[in-house]
Design a protein around this ligand. Structure first.
Ligand SMILES: Cc1ncc(COP(=O)(O)O)c(C=O)c1O
Length: 364
């Protein structure tokens, strides 16, 4: 499979040709079973092997120890905005602490407030969500039920360079847009959630990594599907699982292990890719205006503005004509966003760089 078009959308993401070809093959028949992959029952041993392999790959990539459960759930990350406070804030006489760095963390708070007290301990809104806080700007309630943050704000293109140190308070995060893009210390977290459709598979499944002891204090008045415990007890097959989406997680994690060589290598690639574009932005700062402050720049979503709305439209349209699709910024922010999810090849980055240089020459 040869690409002439590069997908810079903030999700659905770009996929490796190897994975797309494996899916094409398995749609016809999966491993001599006589069945297409999407005919496979969620109760079959074949599917059990697939989901177990997806979990095993994630455990290997992220070095996840046995005291964590790996769940494959539905409802997208938006459902996690609800499930987290329903399970861990409901009926508690303690606040949850939220760090607000952009569109997604701000959205998460609305559902949390339905379940209990939410204290916003840092809010980047007044600075236009251009940076993440430094450790010395964070003060937590010592009795907080949990601290919540978004590791990478996909809309604004800002990313935490460090894991906030929260002491003994359970740390919970939305890791959707930089999940399995770099090595992280899972032991710092009580819960990590990430929908698959950026780096880990197709839409329809959300991966939740949850520390066993965090499950101990969940109230009993929760609807079954919204309670993490039945999903743990049934190893993610409480009801009909999104089998096809989970199968793609197995393929994407296998590609990451076998073809990329794991998260250290992935991080190096992510660094190289984003360096190329940030360097270009900095060299032409009068024309291209990066949104993020330098120390908060995302390696995954590069957000910038052009001098006028007209030039922004031209950039998006002319880029698309050259096969660079999805460069429009999120509807809430406008401007330009180039997303480099895991499978973005270096040729795609070079194609974008060359286009940006030509565009600058033409319109400056
Ligand atoms: C960081 C982040 N969190 C949450 C979401 C919402 O995810 P979903 O559409 O799966 O509910 C997105 C969507 O792109 C996101 O980028």
């Amino acid at each position: 499979m040869k690409r002439g078009v590069y997908n810079f959308f903030g999700g659905m993401a770009i996929y490796p040709p190897r994975v797309i070809e494996e899916v094409r093959r398995d749609l016809l028949e999966y491993e001599n079973t006589g069945l297409s992959i999407f005919e496979m029952s969620h109760r079959s041993q074949t599917f059990r092997n697939i989901i177990d392999k997806a979990e095993e790959n994630l455990r290997q990539l992220m070095n996840i120890s046995d005291n964590y459960h790996v769940l494959f759930l539905q409802g997208g990350e938006n459902l996690q905005f609800s499930m987290i406070p329903i399970n861990f804030l409901r009926d508690k006489n303690r606040p949850a602490n939220y760090i607000v760095t952009g569109y997604w963390s701000e959205k998460a708070i609305k559902d949390a407030r339905r379940e209990g007290q939410v204290n916003i301990i840092w809010d980047g809104r007044d600075e236009g969500f251009t940076r993440v806080p430094k450790q010395n700007e964070l003060q937590f309630d010592s009795d907080a039920a949990y601290v919540y943050y978004t590791t990478n704000e996909t809309v604004e293109g800002i990313q935490f360079p460090m894991i906030p140190d929260v002491g003994d308070i359970p740390l919970v995060c939305d890791m959707c847009s930089d999940f399995i893009s770099k090595p992280i210390d899972v032991t710092k977290y009580a819960l990590i959630s990430a929908h698959a459709q950026k780096n880990a598979g197709i839409a329809g499944v959300t991966i939740v990594i949850i520390r066993d002891d965090f499950l101990q204090d969940i109230p009993d008045n929760i609807h079954t599907m919204l309670d993490y415990r039945p999903h743990v007890e049934k190893s993610s097959i409480y009801n009909t699982s999104p089998t096809f989406a989970i199968y793609t997680v197995m393929l994407m994690t296998r590609w990451l292990i076998e073809d990329i060589g794991g998260l250290e290598n992935m991080n190096k690639l992510a660094q190289q890719r984003s360096d190329i574009i940030y360097e270009l932005l900095d060299k032409n700062a009068g024309f291209y205006k990066p949104h993020a402050k330098p120390d908060s720049r995302s390696l995954i979503n590069i957000v910038f503005n052009l001098p006028t709305a007209e030039l922004t439209q031209k950039f998006i349209a002319e880029g698309a004509e050259e096969g660079l699709v999805g460069l429009q910024g999120h509807r809430s922010l406008g401007g330009i966003r180039a997303s480099f999810f895991n499978p973005m090849p270096m040729e795609g980055v070079h194609a974008l760089r060359d286009f940006m240089l030509r565009f600058h020459e033409k319109y400056r």
